[in-house]
Structures are given as structure tokens and as C-alpha cells.
Write a protein that binds this ligand. Structure first.
Ligand SMILES: Nc1nc2c(c(=O)[nH]1)N[C@H]1C(S)=C(S)[C@@H](COP(=O)(O)OP(=O)(O)OC[C@H]3O[C@@H](n4cnc5c(=O)[nH]c(N)nc54)[C@H](O)[C@@H]3O)O[C@H]1N2
Ligand SMILES: Nc1nc2c(c(=O)[nH]1)N[C@H]1C(S)=C(S)[C@@H](COP(=O)(O)OP(=O)(O)OC[C@H]3O[C@@H](n4cnc5c(=O)[nH]c(N)nc54)[C@H](O)[C@@H]3O)O[C@H]1N2
Ligand SMILES: [Mo]
Length: 907
């Protein structure tokens, strides 16, 4: 235990609990279980059910709401207390229908009744209140509601959605969605928190998982979520080789008993009839089933032929940020060792490659600077170009909780995203103007002396150049460039500058721009100016990295210019360390980045492309050109779960296992390695990417070594000293370990740079890039600015979330536009619209909303059929080639409903 303690005596046993803990915690610490139907450790206590009565220093009290006073003497076991508690439970039960206590019922209430010997006959309620089964994942049986309020508190305090309320009076009080209508139409975002806390099963997941909650500690497989980069620990319950329920782990280091709609519920894809279960080979223009032997043989033959015709650099691979570290390690090893090329990349290219480049240049390492646990304790959060409420919901909820408890919040996002509603200042820059915005904030920090001079003197470089540049970015000029009022800019800079421990979190709104790396660096400047990185005066700069394992895919060296651990391929010392382990020379010329691979394919220079778990035809920009590249490339191999847009253009499709079916590790957004374990066997006919890469290597006559994922991680630690302390065994024991972790006997480094920065001179580097405009600007032909991004219910290409209940939650692909623009371009709410850019055309459904600013429209990327990435351009970050997904000039034309004219006026 850390921190001050309180010592109390419970039934004669002396126990110590953290100061401020409740009597209930003390009773539990003494190993005694009490019923406590309105209590959940994740929530503030309510004290409403009166089932946890104890006697403290002579007075009867509800243990859950009574703080443990130092030296208190607590009694729990006297006959009168037992009777009081039993009576309280009996009163609650008497109002419920008998099905509340059926045999085999898994609810907390049923367990409590069993322990108190309360039989089913005690449940004498008439029932008849009805239910709500409108929602795919959350069903309500009103008869079982005991109005304990746990669901309401879970939704408010942990999830921060405030979707639920208690309605009715007295014995008739029950939970209901706050919006009054059916659950499916409420504000519920299906995090599953209410399901997990409900003690009676009134709120439950339909189907075989009904009644299972994390409180049961059922026999389950502990794994790490395979959707986004938060890294939630999940317990997967199975029966007969199928997933019954996915429960949030209470001891999950990041999620702490919480989850979101994807990890918790979106596993229906596993058993989708569309799941690929046999390899496919293109014959006479059509993809036809083949055996694994045939398919692997074809891959090996095709790759050998490509090398024979064009040399090793005529082959390229896109590795998967959805796949494990060990798979990524193996893919890059295969490319370097078997093929002999550095042509390997991963979707970090499309996402946070500017973070990797920018953070490395500013601080030395390619990752967030602090642990999220610290960031969450900050007193001022600056959240920039990120929408964690939808894209990293568990992190979004933890941030919101912090803000509701008093932390300052500045949100910088052109759209009114979820967190902006709670912000002290919401800056709404024009998309593509971040660098000017950040310089504006830095200007105010300097002008108002909100900087840490000692830190700048001792631990940073570049102040003179930056200060000179910032002269050109006074608030008024920045207001002109960004559209952000100067007063808001000043207010935001003061909040950040005056906070005791400010923290920066950011997302793709910073990186996916023509000048994304400049954006990251000028954002990092703020933390450096303020001395809020590598010190106890702030919590640094944290990219909210996207895919479950995008940090790991890059850490493992699935990148064209670096080997595992980020040593440059051009550095002979780095190569020779890898060569010593791999036993072959490593090619020294950096390989192609993803856009370069497509360009080489279109130019006829790339002869084979292996795409592993990335739907490039749907998610890479300027999709028409991507498709052309694949169609020109003589051999395209695709490892997939489904016949994705990319798979349709492949010559060989290999059916792959997914995260719930395989073994390995992922690295989450704050650099924590965590174990991934198979909860169910891969469907017959599929193979893990790990096995596929091994099979191809052997068919090409090379044994890659590291036969198991555990061996692959251990080998990676020999190539890359920063991972040398990490093994599966250690992670099995410790749960999560952050890198850098060079030593098996020492903890990894959660907070970086406390002594020195990892740059060559040990200092943080301020950068002074001038603001340069985005690649596209609106004009008369394309007057609107399209921003693309994410929505809560779907994940990226949607290949997994569209195959299950999430599709009911979010069935169509919307284009959000401002009411003024809707009027101007004669677009009605709910009608199909055509969106055109200089590069292509997409079809979406208009949704009129003030979430987007006038002149801007927004859509997501979750329905490839709509063609959103046919609109996006070839413009990309000048340093890293990360696409400028956030700025595309478009025009919109709708089909006005009857009653409007082309000018939007009512007839
Ligand atoms: N539900 C869900 N969750 C996901 C994903 C998903 O598809 N669905 N994908 C995962 C992946 S791969 C990633 S990378 C992350 C992404 O997570 P985020 O980075 O949070 O996601 P986005 O919605 O792409 O973009 C974030 C915000 O940037 C804003 N923005 C656009 N242009 C600018 C600008 O010029 N300046 C500023 N300041 N802001 C701007 C947009 O309005 C948007 O709200 O999410 C991960 N989590
Ligand atoms: N317009 C626009 N486009 C964008 C973005 C944007 O903001 N705007 N964001 C970009 C970003 S940040 C990203 S990360 C990309 C994401 O783009 P993608 O990586 O293409 O998207 P995903 O849907 O996550 O997954 C890719 C495929 O992997 C398959 N898959 C899942 N798990 C596995 C596995 O274990 N093995 C194998 N072999 N396959 C698997 C899935 O079925 C899916 O088809 O999209 C980018 N595209
Ligand atoms: Mo991403």
C-alpha cells in the first residue's frame, strides 16, 4: 500500500486500509464478505440499499458509505446484524418476480440470496413492468430493477455519458434512458458499464453472455483488446470454442474495469459467414478456393520470380498494425532476411508517422513521453486534434472524469467533439492551420513569461530561433490564419501556461496533414517552453496512437528505414547487431514507404506486394490510384479475415486468424507491452499471420528461426536492446511492462527523460518551422473543406464492426454539414448526397449538424462502399509521407426533398 493508512479492527482482526477508505473496504480487507447491492468499487458509494449494515463503535451503519475512522472497532457477525442485513435483502427481493432467483442465476443478488439462505419463494413481486430489447447489446428487464443506481453512476462517473436516470417513485423507482424513448435511441454508447455493474440482471447482455459480469471472475482467457491502441485488458469467456462474453478486467492497467462498444461487444465478426476460411487463388481472372499447399507454393514461386526479374527491391510488404509484435517482427525479418529488401512499412505511415518523426526529433524516442496514469492526474489537459470520446473511449472517459473533478481543459479541434462540450476553451482552427495555432500559443507563453527559463537554459536548445520566429505569430495574425479569436488563444495559453502540471494529448488532427511533423514539433514546443516534459512540472506530450498495435508494429521495425528498436538501417553498427542475430547481411538502402510502393507498382517497378491486414483500397488516400497500383502489380498477396476491397484486387488471398484467436503481444499507446492470448481456436482453414510468414519462408528454403511468438519476442530483444528485458514469461507475471526496458530485472520506463533527453546532446529540441498552408484550399469549384475521421461504433475500414450488432447502432455513412451550408447547397437532412473532389467521388447520407463549422464537412471511413478515400488527395506530410486526410476541397450536391428549390428556399 502506498500513502497514508487507517488501522481498524474488524471482528477482532486488525486491518490497515488506505486513508479515506470505507468500512466496507476494511471489512473486505479482513476477508469478510457482506452483501452490498448498491456498491461497486469503481463508483462513489450511495448507501441506499442498507444491505451492508455493520456496527462501528457501537452504532449501526451502512459500511459502504461510512469512512473507516482510525482505531474504529467494527462488528459484522452478531445475530442482530445478520438479521438486519437479511431483512434488508428480503425486502428488496420481495418486490421482484420469482425469475430474479431462478436456479443457476448468475446475478450478484442471486448469489447474495444463496449465501443468506433466501429462497426463490421470497421473490413475490407481480412483475409486469415490461422491458426494452431495442438495443443489440443491452437489454432491460424492468421487473428486476432494484433502483440501486449503480448503472446510473457507472454511466455518469466512469463512462461520462449520463445516458441513464432513475424514474418513478418509491417502490416503483427504476432505471430508464434519460431521453425517455427506447434504449437504442438513447445516448448510450454501449460501453457495457451498466451491464457489468447491474447486481440483478435487470440490465444484461442478450444471448449466452447474459448475466456474466467482471465481478464473477469467471474462468476466462485474459487478453488485450485488438481494436484501438488504448490496450484494454479483457477477460474472454468461452463455451465450446465460441465467445460467450468479453468482460473488462477490473485489474486492467489502462481500463480498470471499463471497456467500450468494440472490445466489449464487437466480436460477432468471428463467426460471420463471410469469414475467409480457405486460401483463394486468381485463375482466369477469378478468385477460386485452393489448398494451403497450393497457395503457399504460389506465393513462394511468385516472390522468387519477382526477385529474379527485378531484384529484391521489386518486392514490398505492408505489415499489419492489427497483428502482434511477433508477427510484425517476423514480417520485417522475412523481408530483410529472405527477400533482401527494406521495403516494409505499416499503417503508422497513414497515422502517426509524424509523431514518430516529430517526437524523436524533439525528445529522442518514438513514443509518448509519459504514462497515461500520470497524464490523467494533470491539472490542465490540452487535447488537440483528437476525439477520444469516440476513438479512444476508455481514455476519453478517464479524461472526462478528470475534467469533471476539476482539471482545466483546452480542446483544439475544428469540430465540436465530445470533450469540447466540457472544455474551458474550445479552439476551432481551420483544418490545416495547426502550426500557426501552436505558434500563437507559444507566442503568448513567451510574451506573458509563462515559460520555465531554467529548464530552457539547462535542458533545451533552439529558443533563440523559435523566439525570433514567434515574433511573426502574435494572436491577431494567428487569428487571421486559423480563424480562432485572439482572446480564446490567449485564454488557452494562460490555462496551459499557469497550470501546475499540464499535459498534452493529441491525435490525427495534428499528424494527417501536409505539415504533420511540423505540427507535432510545434506542439511539443509548448511542453518544452513550459518545462512540462521530463520533469515533475507537467506530463509531457502524448500521441493517442490508433491501432491496437501500431506502436508495436513500428517498434518491431516494420518500417523501411529502421530495424527493430528504431536503429537506422543506414547505420552499420545497427545493421551489424541484427546481422549477428540473423546470420545474414541486412540491406542498407532504406526501403519504400507505402505511397512509394504504390507509385513503384504503377510505374511497373514493383513486381510483388504482400499486404497483411490493411485494406489499402479502402483506407489509403486517393483510392482510385491505389487500385490502379494493385491492378498493375503482377503479384498481390493479401492476408485477410474477409474479402476486403484489397483482397478483391489480390492474386492470392490467405485467410488469417484475428486477435481473439492468437498468441503474442501488443504495445499500447503509452508504450506498454501486454499479452495477447488465444481465447478461441482460429476457424478451420485459417492460420495466424505468424504461421503464414513461417510457411512462406520455408517454402522459399529459409528457416526463420523463432518457432513460437515467445521466441520471436526474445529474439527481438537481442536485436533491439530497448526490448531486452521483455519476455512473454515476464508479461505473464507482471501484466503490462513499458519500454524502454533493457533489463529483465528492472521495471520499464513509464515516464521518460527524467535525467536527460534521448537526443544526441541529451536536450529537448525546440523547432521553428514556419506555418505553411495545407495542400488543398477551397475554391469556387470545390468550395467546402472535407475533414475525415472516426465515429464511435465502427472501426477503420469497418470490416469487423460492420459484421455484428454495431451495424445496428450506426447503419449508414453520414456526411455532417452545417445548417448554413445545407441551405446554401440545397441539401436536406437524411438525403443521399454526392461528394466530389478533384480526385474522385463518394456517396453519403447528409446529416445536418452544428458539430462542423460553416464551410467544413465531415465524414468517417467505416463504409468503404461509399468511396470516401476516392476523395482524399495524394498530398502528404513532407517529412514522413503521412497522407493529408484531414484537408480535401470538395463540393456537395444533394437531392433536395420535395418542397425545396435548388437554392434551398422553401417553395
Ligand atoms: N471508434 C473508433 N475508434 C478508433 C478508430 C476507429 O476507426 N473507430 N480508429 C483508431 C485509429 S487507427 C486511430 S489512428 C485513432 C484516431 O483517433 P483520433 O485522432 O482521435 O481520430 P480522428 O477522428 O481521425 O481525428 C481526430 C480529430 O482531428 C480533428 N482535426 C481535423 N483537422 C484538424 C486540424 O487541422 N487541427 C486540429 N486541431 N484538429 C483537426 C478532427 O475534427 C477530429 O475530431 O482512433 C482509433 N480508434
Ligand atoms: N480518409 C481517411 N482515411 C484514413 C484515415 C482517416 O483519418 N481518413 N485514417 C488512416 C489511419 S490512421 C489508419 S490506421 C488506417 C487504417 O486502415 P486499415 O489498416 O486498412 O484498417 P482496418 O480496418 O483497421 O484493418 C485492416 C484490415 O485488417 C484485417 N485484419 C484485422 N485483424 C487482422 C489480423 O490479425 N491479421 C490480418 N492479416 N488481417 C487482419 C481487417 O479485416 C481489415 O480488413 O486508415 C487510414 N485511412
Ligand atoms: Mo490509425
Amino acid at each position: 500500500m502506498t500513502g497514508p493508512e487507517t488501522v481498524v479492527e474488524v471482528d477482532g482482526t486488525v486491518v490497515a486500509v488506505p486513508e479515506g477508505a470505507s468500512l466496507l473496504a476494511a471489512v473486505r480487507a479482513a476477508g469478510i464478505e457482506l452483501p452490498s447491492l448498491c456498491s461497486d468499487d469503481r463508483l462513489s458509494p450511495a448507501g441506499s440499499c442498507r444491505t451492508c449494515l455493520v456496527r462501528a463503535d457501537g452504532r449501526v451503519a451502512a459500511a459502504c458509505v461510512t469512512p473507516a475512522a482510525p482505531g474504529a472497532r467494527v462488528e459484522t457477525a452478531t445475530d442482530d446484524l445478520r438479521r438486519l442485513r437479511r431483512d434488508a435483502v428480503e425486502v428488496i427481493v420481495s418486490a421482484l418476480p420469482s425469475r430474479a432467483l431462478t436456479t443457476g442465476n448468475r446475478s450478484e443478488l442471486a448469489r447474495v440470496c444463496r449465501s443468506l439462505d433466501i429462497g426463490q419463494e421470497a421473490a413475490r413481486g407481480a412483475g409486469g413492468r415490461g422491458g426494452d430489447d431495442s438495443h443489440p447489446y443491452v437489454h432491460l428487464d424492468r421487473d428486476l430493477c432494484i433502483a440501486c443506481g449503480r448503472c446510473v453512476r457507472m454511466c455518469a462517473e466512469v463512462q461520462g455519458t449520463f445516458a441513464l436516470t432513475l424514474v418513478g417513485r418509491g417502490a416503483d423507482t427504476q432505471v430508464a434512458p434519460g431521453t425517455g424513448g427506447p434504449w437504442a435511441e438513447s445516448d448510450c454508447v454501449a460501453c457495457g458499464g451498466c451491464v457489468d455493474t447491474c447486481p440483478t440482471g435487470a440490465i444484461a447482455e442478450p444471448g449466452p453472455g447474459r448475466g456474466l459480469t467482471s465481478a464473477h471472475r469467471p474462468s476466462a482467457t485474459r487478453t488485450t483488446c485488438g481494436y484501438c491502441g488504448v490496450g484494454c485488458a479483457l477477460d474472454v469467456v468461452t463455451r465450446d470454442g465460441e465467445v460467450t462474453a468479453v468482460l473488462p478486467a477490473r485489474d486492467g492497467p489502462v481500463n480498470q474495469g471499463h471497456a467500450c462498444v468494440k472490445g466489449r461487444f464487437a466480436h460477432g465478426y468471428l463467426t460471420s459467414p463471410e469469414r475467409l476460411t480457405r486460401p483463394l487463388l486468381r485463375r482466369d481472372g477469378r478468385l477460386e478456393p485452393a489448398s494451403w499447399d497450393q497457395a503457399i507454393g504460389e506465393v513462394a514461386r511468385g516472390l522468387r520470380a519477382a526477385v529474379a526479374a527485378g531484384g529484391p527491391d521489386a518486392v514490398a510488404a505492408i505489415s499489419s498494425a492489427r497483428a502482434t509484435n511477433e508477427e510484425n517482427y517476423l514480417v520485417q525479418k522475412f523481408m530483410r532476411v529472405v527477400v533482401g529488401t527494406n521495403n516494409v512499412d505499416n499503417c503508422s505511415r497513414l497515422c502517426h508517422s509524424p509523431s514518430a518523426a516529430g517526437l524523436t526529433a524533439s525528445f529522442g524516442l518514438s513514443g509518448g513521453t509519459d504514462t497515461f496514469d500520470d497524464v490523467e492526474r494533470s491539472d490542465c489537459l490540452l487535447v488537440v486534434g483528437a476525439n477520444p470520446v469516440e476513438a479512444h473511449p476508455v481514455v476519453g472517459a478517464r479524461l472526462l472524469r478528470r475534467v469533471l473533478h476539476g482539471a482545466g481543459l483546452v480542446v483544439a479541434d475544428p469540430r465540436a467533439v465530445g470533450l469540447a462540450l466540457h472544455a474551458d476553451v474550445h479552439l476551432r482552427p481551420r483544418p490545416g492551420t495547426n502550426v500557426a495555432l501552436f505558434h500563437g500559443l507559444a507566442h503568448v507563453l513567451l510574451a506573458e513569461d509563462l515559460i520555465d527559463e531554467e529548464f530552457l537554459r539547462e535542458r533545451a536548445t533552439g529558443l533563440t530561433e523559435l523566439a525570433a520566429l514567434l515574433d511573426d505569430y502574435p494572436p491577431d495574425r494567428v487569428a487571421d490564419i486559423t480563424g480562432v479569436p485572439a482572446t480564446d488563444l490567449v485564454a488557452a495559453a494562460r490555462l496551459y501556461g499557469r497550470a501546475r502540471r499540464p499535459a498534452i494529448l493529441y491525435g490525427l488532427g495534428v499528424t494527417e496533414h501536409l505539415h504533420g511533423t511540423d505540427g507535432v514539433r510545434s506542439l511539443a514546443n509548448l511542453a518544452i517552453l513550459r518545462g512540462a516534459v521530463g520533469t515533475d512540472r507537467g506530463h509531457g506530450v502524448m500521441p493517442l496512437r490508433g491501432q491496437n498495435n501500431v506502436q508495436g508494429a513500428s517498434d518491431m521495425g516494420a518500417l523501411p528505414d529502421v530495424l527493430p528498436g528504431y536503429g537506422r538501417v543506414t547505420d552499420p553498427a545497427v545493421r551489424s547487431r541484427a546481422e549477428a542475430v540473423w546470420g545474414v547481411p541486412v540491406p542498407e538502402r532504406p526501403g519504400l514507404r507505402i505511397p512509394g510502393m504504390f507509385a513503384a507498382a504503377r510505374a511497373g517497378e514493383l513486381r510483388a506486394l504482400w499486404v497483411i491486414g490493411e485494406d489499402v483500397c479502402a483506407t489509403d488516400p486517393d483510392a482510385n490510384q491505389v487500385t490502379r497500383a494493385l491492378d498493375t502489380c503482377p503479384l498481390v498477396i493479401c492476408d485477410e479475415l474477409f474479402l476486403s476491397e484489397t483482397a478483391r484486387h489480390a492474386d492470392i488471398v490467405l485467410p488469417a486468424a484475428s486477435w481473439l484467436e492468437k498468441d503474442g503481444t501488443f504495445v499500447n499507446f503509452d508504450r506498454r507491452f501486454q499479452r495477447v492470448r488465444p481465447a478461441v481456436p482460429p476457424p478451420g482453414g485459417t492460420r495466424a499471420d505468424f504461421a503464414i510468414v513461417h510457411a512462406v519462408a520455408s517454402a522459399m528454403g529459409t528457416a526463420l528461426g523463432c518457432a513460437t511468438p515467445a521466441e520471436a519476442l526474445a529474439e527481438c530483444g537481442r536485436v533491439a536492446p530497448v526490448f531486452a528485458g521483455l519476455t512473454h514469461g515476464r508479461l505473464d507475471r507482471e501484466g503490462a511492462v513499458p519500454w524502454p526496458c533493457p533489463d529483465p530485472g528492472r521495471p520499464g520506463e513509464a515516464k521518460l527523460y527524467e535525467e536527460r533527453f534521448a537526443t544526441a546532446d541529451g536536450r529537448a529540441h525546440l523547432a521553428a518551422p514556419p506555418y505553411l498552408p495545407p495542400g488543398e484550399q477551397p475554391d469556387d469549384d470545390y468550395p467546402l473543406l472535407l475533414v475525415t475521421g472516426r465515429r464511435w461504433a465502427h472501426y477503420n475500414s469497418g470490416s469487423m464492426t460492420r459484421r455484428g450488432g454495431n451495424l445496428t447502432l450506426d447503419p449508414v455513412d453520414f456526411l455532417d454539414l452545417h445548417p448554413g451550408d445545407a441551405l446554401r447547397y440545397a441539401v436536406d437532412d437524411g438525403v443521399p448526397v454526392t461528394v466530389e473532389s478533384r480526385h474522385g467521388r463518394a456517396r453519403l447520407i447528409a446529416r445536418i449538424s452544428e458539430q462542423t463549422a460553416p464551410g467544413q464537412v465531415f465524414c468517417a471511413i467505416h463504409f468503404p462502399g461509399s468511396g470516401v478515400n476516392r476523395l482524399t488527395s495524394h498530398h502528404a506530410d513532407t517529412v514522413t509521407s503521412c497522407p493529408e486526410y484531414k484537408v480535401t476541397a470538395v463540393r456537395v450536391s444533394g437531392q433536395p426533398r420535395r418542397g425545396t428549390t435548388a437554392t434551398g428556399q422553401w417553395e
